[in-house]
Design a protein around this ligand. Structure first.
Ligand SMILES: *[C@@H]1O[C@H](CO)[C@@H](O)[C@H](O)[C@H]1NC(C)=O
Ligand SMILES: *[C@@H]1O[C@H](CO)[C@@H](O)[C@H](O)[C@H]1NC(C)=O
Ligand SMILES: *[C@@H]1O[C@H](CO)[C@@H](O)[C@H](O)[C@H]1NC(C)=O
Ligand SMILES: *[C@@H]1O[C@H](CO)[C@@H](O)[C@H](O)[C@H]1NC(C)=O
Ligand SMILES: *[C@@H]1O[C@H](CO)[C@@H](O)[C@H](O)[C@H]1NC(C)=O
Length: 608
């Protein structure tokens, strides 16, 4: 077995391969692949290879058992028999300190740096710089570029991350973080009521609440009146996602919002915590209702994308709108509000948005196996965009605890082939266009990712686009979340063996090209690779996905500051950080990724 693996042809390495790389590869093979076999010892005998009879199923129980004719995979036609294998781990890793130790430290540093960008006088002094309590600044950078503003989108994504850390391993709600979240909600209600260049908000005479599409506010929560790409209709739905996440977490922890607020108010060290709501009902009427109304009235309208550049319909915006609508509906139904006219409007919007996303919107294009972020822009761009991955992650969180899941039936989860192929295409393209990745070009090796291939924003102005911390972190998170989902579903992994629909999986497995697609066998159709749940092969595949995810974070290790700082981007030639320093979203994305990883580690290490 050993001889077979280390002697495998290394088709993917660029030639000529320096001898040292080969040596490294062999060492890495021994170090990272062989230990897998040790973990398999002790698998119950009944899980070991069983032949299946369906003609187009390629069932693999164990990648590290040599082919045994007594236990063939289910293939009928010997001609086509080639065993699909896991790809070997690529040899490249950042040298130096222990990855796990680095990750642990960077994770806690990132969370601290994230909190440093939220106005909360109980632990930082942003208030002295005029930042409202509960306002999330995008970055402390005030010039070149000036990001010292609050964006409802970035703020909601950030607070959603804080919510993920709300309940500790002791199952208790962290009151410091709860205080921050409550202040954020209170400040959000203020922003909803500030008339601004997008329109009037709550309390004005506009029934469509256009003001809730405003992308950006001053740090003191007054309106930003400069020119900007308006509207951006993803802020309100993201705020809903963060808010429902918070309420779900409290519910799982059996904490009532009213009591929590009373407790926070009781704590106030001499300062009164004045809020515009005092329990869940009043939070709904003060804040949630208006965001829901806004989404039902405005989802059809063209708006600027999350990168604030293109006006139109965007996969990211539509998917977060659909998720917020469904979560809102679920919430209303489970909280005695099913007869409210808003519930009916939500139901209609959810149905239409679902059709728009899956059929009419053009996000699925027959000529592309990845999802197109902005179909109206396909004449000038490829449509590839990391926004697609971020949308899937934000709307299909798997760290929800025991609570009921409003996410069921929401399309474009992390196992969707379009989502996974988007990751694959981003990696293949960016491995080439960013020179900092050239050393790492090899399947199943994470690379630094940017927003989209045609990007020219350099962090201050326009020249050439670069890799971003948040894009690279979210790629890792997608892989971790995929593992999480596979264990949660407890189903066999079933993959059509073709290099179109399952392109992503060709970075994990090799040998797909040996199986012709379509129509060869009785019943036609593709071969299907089946990896039975809980088989050794299932575990081996999950380990492979984990290592692939880690290789993205490991790449970031080369580019973060000595003190764990992360700006927005790093130069594609030099690897040096540039753009807004300590970007809140960079730290939030890194933390979220690592947080999901922490949750999957125990699943992988104890497969029973
Ligand atoms: C194939 O296997 C199924 C169970 O997995 C069994 O019900 C069926 O009879 C088998 N068919 C043949 C032709 O052996
Ligand atoms: C790496 O760091 C982790 C976490 O700090 C520690 O548990 C582990 O023993 C370290 N491994 C090595 C090889 O130093
Ligand atoms: C609550 O979270 C803050 C910020 O991460 C942390 O410093 C503090 O130790 C946590 N408190 C508890 C009781 O875990
Ligand atoms: C909450 O918002 C109200 C305005 O609705 C404001 O007066 C109050 O100071 C805010 N509370 C905090 C803690 O900032
Ligand atoms: C993704 O998972 C869902 C179950 O949560 C399943 O119904 C669906 O078929 C899976 N999709 C793919 C492409 O595997």
């Amino acid at each position: 077995m050993i001889k077979k693996r280390s002697g495998r042809k290394q088709c993917s390495l660029p030639l000529p391969v320096p001898l040292v790389a080969v040596v490294l590869l062999i060492c890495a093979t021994y170090k990272y692949i062989l230990p897998l076999k040790v973990e398999m010892v002790g698998w119950p005998a009944q899980l070991l290879p069983l032949a299946l009879n369906e003609s187009n199923r390629v069932v693999i129980q164990d990648f590290f058992k040599p082919y045994d004719p007594a236990y063939p995979t289910s293939l009928p036609t010997k001609n086509y028999y080639r065993k699909i294998n896991l790809r070997p781990l690529a040899p490249y890793r950042t040298s130096g300190a222990n990855f796990s130790a680095w990750l642990e430290e960077q994770t806690s540093t990132s969370f601290e740096k994230l909190l440093a960008n939220i106005g909360d006088s109980s632990y930082n002094s942003l208030r002295e710089q005029g930042v409202a309590e509960g306002a999330v600044i995008a970055s402390p950078s005030k010039e070149k570029p000036d990001y010292f503003y609050q964006w409802p989108r970035d703020a909601a994504i950030t607070v959603n991350t804080v919510v993920s850390n709300l309940v500790g391993s002791d199952k208790a709600v962290n009151l410091t973080l709860a205080g921050t979240i409550v202040k954020y909600l209170n400040n959000s209600a203020v922003l909803q009521r500030v008339p601004n260049p997008s329109g009037q908000g709550v309390g004005g005479s506009d029934p469509q609440l256009k003001g809730l599409g405003e992308p950006k506010f001053e740090v003191d929560s007054s309106a930003f009146t400069g020119n900007w790409g308006r509207p951006q209709n993803d802020g309100a739905p993201l705020r809903l996602i963060a808010t429902f996440h918070f309420l779900q977490r409290l519910c799982d922890a059996k904490v009532d919002l009213k009591q929590l607020i009373a407790e926070l108010q009781g704590q106030g060290q001499g300062q009164e915590l004045r809020l515009s709501f005092h329990d869940e009902e009043s939070l709904f009427e003060t804040l949630i209702r208006y965001d829901l109304e806004f989404v039902t009235q405005n989802w059809k309208v063209d708006s600027f994308d999350l990168w604030e550049e293109v006006k139109g319909h965007h996969f990211f915006t539509s998917l977060v709108q659909l998720a917020a609508t469904k979560q809102g509906l679920h919430y209303m139904k489970t909280h005695g509000r099913e007869n409210d006219p808003l519930a009916q409007k939500l139901q209609q919007a959810a149905n239409k948005l679902n059709d728009f996303l899956t059929l009419e919107g053009g996000f699925l294009n027959p000529n592309k196996n990845y999802i197109v972020e902005t179909p109206s822009n396909l004449n000038s761009r490829s449509g590839l965009d990391v926004a697609v991955l971020i949308a899937s992650l934000l709307t299909h969180a798997e760290d929800e605890g025991e609570g009921s899941s409003p996410h069921t039936n929401l399309p474009f989860g992390v196992n969707d082939s379009g989502i996974l192929n988007t990751l694959h295409s981003l990696v293949s393209t960016m491995a080439i266009i960013y020179p900092v990745n050239h050393q790492r070009h090899s399947p199943r090796m994470g690379v630094a990712l940017g927003r989209y291939p045609e990007d020219v924003y350099d962090g201050i102005g326009t020249s050439e686009g670069n890799p971003w911390f948040l894009a690279t972190s979210h790629a890792a998170q997608l892989l971790y979340q995929l593992i999480h989902k596979m264990y949660a579903d407890q189903a066999d992994l079933e993959i059509p063996v073709n290099t179109w629909e399952s392109k992503f999986w060709t970075s994990i497995f090799e040998g797909f090209e040996e199986y012709p697609s379509g129509g060869v066998l009785a019943g036609g159709g593709d071969y299907r690779l089946i990896i039975p749940y809980k088989s050794p092969a299932f575990h081996q595949t999950m380990v492979s996905l984990l290592n692939y995810g880690d290789s993205f974070l490991d790449k970031l290790r080369e580019h973060v500051g000595e003190d764990g700082s992360m700006s927005e981007q790093f130069n594609k030639y030099t690897g040096i950080m540039q753009g807004a320093r300590e970007l809140t979203w960079s730290h939030g994305a890194f933390w979220s990724s690592s947080h999901v990883r922490e949750q999957v580690l125990p699943l992988i290490s104890s497969p029973n």
